[in-house]
Design a protein around this ligand. Sequence first.
Ligand code: ADP
Ligand code: SF4
Ligand code: MG
Length: 268
Amino acid sequence: MRQIALYGKGGIGKSTTSANLSAAFSEMDLDVMQIGCDPKHDSTRMLMHGRWIPTVLEQMYDHKEIKSEDIIYQGFGNIRCVEAGGPEPGIGCAGRGIIATFQLLEKMDALYGDVVVYDVLGDVVCGGFAMPMRDGYAQEVYLVTSGELMSLYAANNICKAIARISERSTAKCRLGGVICNAKNMDNERELVEEFAKRIGSRLVCYIPRSKSVRAAEVNCMTVIEHDPTSEQAAVYRDCAKTILENTDLRIPTPLALEELEELARHYL
Ligand code: ADP
Ligand code: SF4
Ligand code: MG
C-alpha cells in the first residue's frame, strides 16, 4: 500500500490536486482512498459530486458507536473518501481530528488499498498536523507550492518537520518531491525547480493554472471526470504516473529563511 501525503499552505491547491490524482489513480484500476486532514473538510467534495460528507469528528460527537459507513463514503471511481474534520472554531485542537481518524480507521481495519492519499494542511506543522508523518502514515510526502514566497515558506517548514521526524524517530517519512501548482508568476517554474533542488529534492510535477479547474469545480467534479480529454486532465494523469513510479525518496535539507528570501528575489 502506497501512503502518499500532499502537504502545503491553505488555498494552494492541495485538495484540487489530491482529488485529481486520486481520480487518475482510480482510472489506472487502483484501489484508492483519500483522507482529508484539513479542518476545512472539503478535500473529497469534488470526488463526492459536491457533497460535504460528515467528518469523523462530527460523527464522534453524534454517535456512540461509529460504523465504517458513517465515515467512509464512496465517490468517483469507487474512491473511498474520508474527512477528518476539525473541532468547533475557537475550541480544542485541530490535530485531534486527524489523530482520532487514524485510530478509528485502524480499529475498523479500514485503512487499506493500493494508494492512500492524505490531503494535509501545512500552514502550521505542529504535532497535530505532523501526526500523519510522525506516526508512519504519510510515508511519502509531496509538497504542493506555487512560486509565492509564503507558500514556499510553508513548504520549507514542512521540510523541517520531515527532517526532524526522520532524525528523532523510526517513522518512515520521506520527501517524494515538489509539486508546483502554478499561479502564473514570471519564472515560477524555474524558481520552484531551484527551491526543490536546494532542499535536496526535485520538481516532480508542474501543474499549470487552468480554467478547466474552475469549470470542473463549479460542476462539482474533478477535471479528470468533468473534462477527461483536456490538457489539464493529461497533466494530472502524468503527475499520478510520475508519483507512482517515483522511488527517489529523500530526507530534505530545509533552507534558512534568508536563503529562501534571496531565492525569491533572484527569480523575480
Ligand atoms: P487547498 O486544498 O490547498 O486549500 P484548493 O484545492 O481548495 O486548495 O484550491 C483553492 C482554489 O484554487 C480552488 O478554487 C481551486 O479551484 C483553485 N485551483 C487549484 N489549483 C488550480 C489550478 N491548477 N488552476 C486553476 N485553479 C486552481
Ligand atoms: Fe492547533 Fe496544532 Fe496546537 Fe492542535 S497542536 S491546537 S492543531 S497548533
Ligand atoms: Mg483543501
